[in-house]
Design a protein around this ligand. Structure first.
Ligand code: HEM
Length: 342
């Protein structure tokens, strides 16, 4: 019976996309709970004020909404991990990535319990946030990998370009880490029983300004580095496939910088801080990973199919551009259809 269940790569990619969206959503609703001081919006669990529907009160709705999203995340990541075994063709590394997601969610649940039990110590809250970023990375990697079969995408010959793109990742992670330390030193570290929790004060009264300046300087360094990487990729002999995703990442970093500066000038209104967190969950450092455009892959695959030295037979393709325009999936079936021994 189980053997008869088969999931196509396209359908499995949709499942992984749902898992990714749900993991991002839980970070956003979690930040919403903290920034609106809704941590105890529902005093009981699993019901809220002894009802299955939260009463029309903003804190209760936010807290209860966060609980519901947690349930959806659980179902989505379990589906992504189990259904990897029914995907045909089976790919073991999708099963491994898929298996990591429920483990990460369980880890977050345990860590979250500790965070509450110890009354939101900043170190644990930071770890909780970073772990959720890693979960988003894993969900994104799963979604990304599930869209391509092995060998379909050609490797980049531009080693300098590849390493320049990779070098952006730690810069992005460091910027986010400094951001969480800034939060832990500021007015929105979360509250417990309506009392603001312990904050970082390692520079006394100046801690918030001191760490915010480092965080902002790191963000600017991240933006400048992304710009340099674009020039590296655009140089003669560079692999231009990554230019577009890095340019998108650069745009997002600039947007984030403008939000960061604005929220600082406006003395950190909670709603704007939420937007700052929301943009941080968007690709940013993850975007450069998407370093190959579909069109380029398609063309590479086309040329490989056309190359008589790679095949014992010559493929008769009338119009290469037209064929490439079909996209990768159609391209493969087209190529199979027109492939004839020479
Ligand atoms: C690439 C650019 C940036 C990224 C990725 C980024 C990311 C983050 C993250 C992840 C947080 C922590 C959120 C949390 O723990 O809930 C944060 C907090 C913060 N960021 Fe940024 N940030 C960037 C740029 C900036 C800039 C340029 C400023 C300029 C002043 C800034 C000011 C702040 C402040 C003040 C906080 C603390 C907000 C609070 O009270 O919670 N950020 N940032």
């Amino acid at each position: 019976m189980l053997k008869r269940i088969q999931i196509s790569p396209e359908r499995y990619a949709v499942i992984t996309l749902i898992a990714l969206i749900s993991v991002v959503t839980i970070v956003l609703t979690g930040a919403g709970v903290r920034l609106s001081a809704s941590g105890l919006g529902c005093p009981d669990w699993p019901k809220c004020y002894d009802q299955y529907v939260a009463p029309a009160q903003i804190n209760a709705v936010i807290e209860y909404g966060n609980r519901l999203v947690t349930g959806v995340v659980g179902i989505a990541v379990i589906a992504a991990s189990l259904l990897a075994f029914f995907r045909r063709p089976f790919r073991w590394h999708l099963a491994v990535f898929g298996g990591l997601l429920p483990l990460g969610v369980i880890g977050q649940a345990i860590l979250g319990a500790f965070v509450v039990y110890y009354h939101l110590p900043p170190e644990l809250v930071i770890f909780h946030f970073i772990l959720s970023m890693i979960l988003i990375d894993a969900a994104y990697a799963l979604y990304w990998c599930s869209r391509y079969e092995p060998g379909v995408r050609r490797f980049s010959p531009d080693r300098l370009g590849v390493w320049a793109v990779r070098a952006l990742i730690p810069l992005g992670q460091l910027t986010i880490l400094l951001g969480t330390v800034t939060t832990a030193s500021g007015p929105h570290p979360g509250d417990h029983n309506s009392e603001l929790v312990r904050r970082f004060t390692f520079k006394g009264q100046d801690t918030l300004v001191w760490i915010m300046q480092r965080h902002a300087a790191m963000a600017v360094a991240f933006a400048v580095s992304a710009l340099i990487v674009i020039f590296i990729l655009r140089r003669q002999g560079g692999d231009r496939r990554a230019v577009k995703p890095v340019a998108v990442a650069f745009g997002l970093i600039c947007l984030q910088i403008s939000i960061g500066v604005t929220q600082w000038l406006l003395e950190l209104p909670a709603a704007l801080v939420w937007v700052h967190v929301a943009v941080a969950t968007l690709h940013l450092d993850r975007h450069p990973l998407v370093s190959r455009s579909r069109r380029a892959d398609c063309e590479a695959a086309c040329h490989q199919l056309m190359d008589p030295s790679e095949h014992s037979h010559r493929l008769r393709v009338e119009n290469l551009d037209e064929l490439c325009a079909h996209g990768l999936t159609d391209l493969r079936s087209d190529a199979m259809g027109i492939a004839r021994p020479g």
